[in-house]
Design a protein around this ligand. Sequence first.
Ligand code: A3P
Ligand code: MG
Length: 412
Amino acid sequence: MMVARHLLQVRQYHPCLRRSIQLPLVSDHPFFSMTATFPIQPVARFAGKSELVKRPKEFACFSYDADHKFHIGARSLKWYYTPELNVDLSKGFESFIKHDDSVDEHLDSLLTTIADHEQKTSKPIDAHIVTWRGMMTKIMAAPFDDDGFEMNATLYRGCIFIEEHHAYKKESRANERPWNGPIPQEVMQYWGYKFETLSTLPRPWGETSRDFIESRPDHVVNNKEQYCSVVRTGIGKTILCIGGEVDAIWDDKPRTQGDPINWVELKTSAVIQNDRQANNFERKLMKFWIQSFLLGVPKIIIGFRTQDGLLVETKEFRTMEIPLMVKKNGRPKWDGDTCVNFVNGFLEWLRHTITDEGVWRIKRRPRSAEIEVFKVEEVGHGDIITDEFMNWRIKLELRQTQPPTEDTGTEE
Ligand code: A3P
Ligand code: MG
């Protein structure tokens, strides 16, 4: 019954559907009676001038310390400082302190940070969608990428909260083809974190000793430590609250909250020596661009490495120039405007699809030309929304219905 009501609501919305929004197609799903689908293909219908995108503004942040313990605030923020070149990125792999990402962290840290912010403002955030940047990246890349994905979503007080479906991630990893490259996959993954350690400082340059800077090639690499920015942004009519890790800052945070921040995204990539490698790099640039675009990171610094992991060069890219740069390079592999219009259309469609309670799955099979959305739990919010967050929202509601007292927090 619940699913039928949901479909009715979607149909009623039909007359005001805009160009890029599709009416859900209803098909049978092996486990659940109704599946709504959003076609990815043909992507040409999303081409053209990009929908309006609001500049992402950071309104809160949190950090994981060296033990991956959560803290509100910027304690794990790092400053960019040019790395030494000709360093072997595999150096220190044996002492790598690696975060165990087999544990499902859901949206917990993001929700705690949002609740903390709401405590200060005494009002709920106004987002239609709350999620990690990684989820948005997967959706936005779908028109030009074959990767499959699965997410869980739930509607809670007018907002759709989206998390990764952790079991799917685990399963896809387990099913990956065995790695037969000359260098172990774990070592190659380490290179990215090593480059971050080589290129950042825990304090601004002026407060850092020469010794510390010069000894960076010998520092232990620890990817448990992270700084995460929580931003409010808008794509078309959809307001989003997105949380994601940022690698470093160029100078310092602005005094006024919401002002643009000179964030730096750090990446590594193989040196480009032939057309095939140039094509691969251009493809990689799409994910780099989307990732940085979503959080308002203006600069991407790429550390180019040899096949065996020697850091030989760094190059700076301005995030906003990347789509045009790719377009000018002959036959482009992807188009930024199409990505923006696609995600805009999908999110509007999703907001008219997920209209009642329960837990929903957002699923794209690898290479599939559509995204499926169907219900997996009839009631509740699964493990997406924490009890703490729900209790906080109840408290906030009570607070709002009562006459103000002195400690209602500060309005922004
Ligand atoms: P590179 O991107 O330089 O390869 P991020 O750039 O997103 O901050 O991630 C830092 C590093 O984490 C990456 O460095 C890579 O080594 C590793 N990493 C990130 N996402 C990954 C993924 N999906 N699979 C494997 N490694 C990943
Ligand atoms: Mg990075």
